[in-house]
Design a protein around this ligand. Sequence first.
Ligand SMILES: *[C@@H]1O[C@H](CO)[C@@H](O)[C@H](O)[C@H]1NC(C)=O
Ligand SMILES: *[C@@H]1O[C@H](CO)[C@@H](O)[C@H](O)[C@H]1NC(C)=O
Ligand SMILES: *[C@@H]1O[C@H](CO)[C@@H](O)[C@H](O)[C@H]1NC(C)=O
Length: 359
Amino acid sequence: MKRSTFLILSITGVYSAVLHAAAWSVNNFLMTGPKAYLTYSSSVAAGAHSGMEECKFQFGWERWNCPESALQLSTHNRLRSATRETSFVHAISSAGVMYTLTRNCSMGDFESCGCDDSRNGRVGGRGWVWGGCSDNVEFGERISKLFVDALETGHDTRALINLHNNEVGRLAVKATMKRACKCHGVSGSCSIQTCWLQLAEFREIGNYLKIKYDQAHKLEMDKRRMRAGNSADSRGATAETFHHVHPTELVFLEDSPDYCTRNASLGHHGTEGRECLQTGKNLSQWEKRSCRRLCTECGLRVEERRTEVVSSCNCKFHWCCTVRCEQCRQLVAKHFCARRDTAATAPNHIRRRNKGHKR
Ligand SMILES: *[C@@H]1O[C@H](CO)[C@@H](O)[C@H](O)[C@H]1NC(C)=O
Ligand SMILES: *[C@@H]1O[C@H](CO)[C@@H](O)[C@H](O)[C@H]1NC(C)=O
Ligand SMILES: *[C@@H]1O[C@H](CO)[C@@H](O)[C@H](O)[C@H]1NC(C)=O
């Protein structure tokens, strides 16, 4: 207890120095730390990065598409917001860090840790016993907590919300774990199996947290007690509110803007210029509505741009043994959100010149 408190304090010191020194990004999620923790720095950075990549995938066709600034803004002191979106960013990046550390551990990347074999040999259920290499999530959880939670240096409601959402991410890693088994017995009869717990694909954790995002819970704080400005009192109000929140539920404090328009100071890019999907095989309902969601409903029009794509085609096998292909050119239509009035506001001479150079 005492020792871990000391570690958190020393890391916190390093982080606040870092935060004051420069604007930071995923890349400096981990700067320098106490020596022992340098061991984990590349994993922590890789984990935070994979969390943000998954965030970009999950929000690929939505107005808010997980810009790089998202993680930065949520922890940056001056501009911190606590929206539904930042709750997802916290959960997915904390899950990413725990996931990568756990994976690294099972791969034998760290001297100090290995598979979780604490249950090996015990009967797990009818016809199976624990065995093999279970992923050591306890290790991943412990180390990721030290790094990620230490970034919350504040003592206000937002800090508590971020810490809660970090924990939701870590619980998601555990909740999606799977039992994998191997058969034993006379000539593969599978009369007895050995089983271990392994991490799910990270995509599955992303899908799981996306559902949590859709169901995220808005905290209704006692505004009078909050506004009183007494930090002890507002902490009390927060603790009371958190009492009703389920540990696996994402929480947020502020309603989101519509994310249609650019607001540089908030780090929102707006949807102008974004690609959307209109044609293509096997689009989901959600993807099919992307042009309406990103462009039309934001007061923009859908602009079609045709581009030529060159690819290999008509490949033939020649005896023996080469494959020869032709180069085929194909026009591919892509769709983008554009401002309604571009043609009307463009100066005349530019419009005329463009006409002459039409490709
Ligand atoms: C842990 O895994 C990540 C991604 O797989 C990798 O980038 C990193 O270098 C690994 N860390 C160690 C210490 O091997
Ligand atoms: C950006 O958002 C801030 C805070 O909501 C607001 O005060 C500001 O006017 C916005 N700027 C633009 C250009 O919309
Ligand atoms: C389209 O979706 C169907 C059913 O979901 C699937 O069987 C098929 O392989 C998909 N086709 C392509 C080109 O992805």
